[in-house]
Design a protein around this ligand. Structure first.
Ligand code: FES
Length: 280
């Protein structure tokens, strides 16, 4: 009897262990389908925590900075002491992503690692932590739609449906012509002008379904509207983030903060030119 009970117990333990191991393996070795499904979740954005080889994204894929961008690489690295090159990982990854059409193949991360003399895994850690880095291909116009509470209350669900219907894609997908990718994300910090999207670097705010379609059609024509004076574009004619009654406070202009006089010679910051100063 004792032997039979021990055998039964043993079988149960084995079954439990097998079930646990199966669960662990399924977590550690996701299938391509699971990876694709992961892109549908908005909390993780496009930053899946693992790499899956695709024909255009292996360690053998060629990537190097252009001659022009090597000048920017040197400019970026000159901001840090020679023994702290790794401080340049984020701006260098950003530069690589811009050069590579908005996403980072693993070969680009390896190139950055060799430039800053870091182990590739240190660069992978950064690229997989920050959702500003796309490690799979995105469209020419990468739309990040804010779905957090203020935007949701002001109609982001309608904006999402409008984009999905107009482009024929769902959240996390790219149009067949490679023009648009849609990804729902968390608050982008422009809640005062909700609902809004970020398209590549720029913010389009105070959207309605009508202005969203106008915006998408302008992009299809290759004519995205230029940013407003404040580096974003409320699509309802507002200048910045005043409410529907217009400006109701801050009637006097406060003293501006002090800025580096060498960079902003007239003593004021022009938000529209900030990208130049950021080496974009
Ligand atoms: S909630 Fe949408 S920008 Fe903050």
């Amino acid at each position: 009897m004792a032997t039979a009970a021990a055998a039964a117990l043993c079988a149960t333990v084995h079954a439990l262990a097998a079930a646990c191991m199966g669960r662990l393996l399924s977590r550690r070795l996701p299938t391509a389908a699971a990876a694709t499904a992961g892109r549908q979740t908005r909390s993780m954005g496009s930053a899946q925590s693992f790499h899956i080889n695709t024909p255009d994204n292996t360690v053998e894929t060629y990537f190097d900075f252009t001659e022009e961008n090597y000048k920017l690489v040197n400019k970026i690295l000159s901001k840090y002491p020679a023994n702290y090159k790794q401080s340049g990982i984020i701006p260098l990854l950003d530069l690589a992503q811009r050069q590579h059409g908005g996403w980072l193949p693993v070969a680009a991360m390896d190139k950055v690692a060799s430039i800053v003399e870091a182990a590739p895994s240190r660069v992978y850690e950064v690229a997989s932590f920050y959702t500003m880095f796309n490690r799979t291909k995105v469209g020419k116009y990468f739309i990040q739609l804010c779905g957090t509470t203020p935007c949701m209350i002001c109609g982001s669900e309608d904006i999402k449906k409008t984009i999905e219907n107009h482009l024929g894609i769902k959240n996390g997908e790219t149009t067949e012509d490679g023009m648009f990718t849609l990804l729902e994300v968390e608050c982008l910090g422009a809640c005062a002008n909700a609902p809004m999207i970020q398209m590549n670097d720029d913010y389009y705010e105070c959207l309605t379904p009508k202005t969203t379609i106008e915006l998408l059609d302008a992009c299809k024509r290759g004519e995205p509207p230029t940013m407003g004076k404040w580096g974003s574009l409320p699509m309802n004619g507002q200048v910045s983030c005043e409410g529907p009654l217009g400006k109701t406070s801050l009637w006097t202009v406060p003293d501006p903060p002090k800025v580096d006089p060498d960079r902003f010679k007239d003593g004021s910051v022009d938000p529209a030119s900030v990208k130049v100063h950021m080496s974009y």
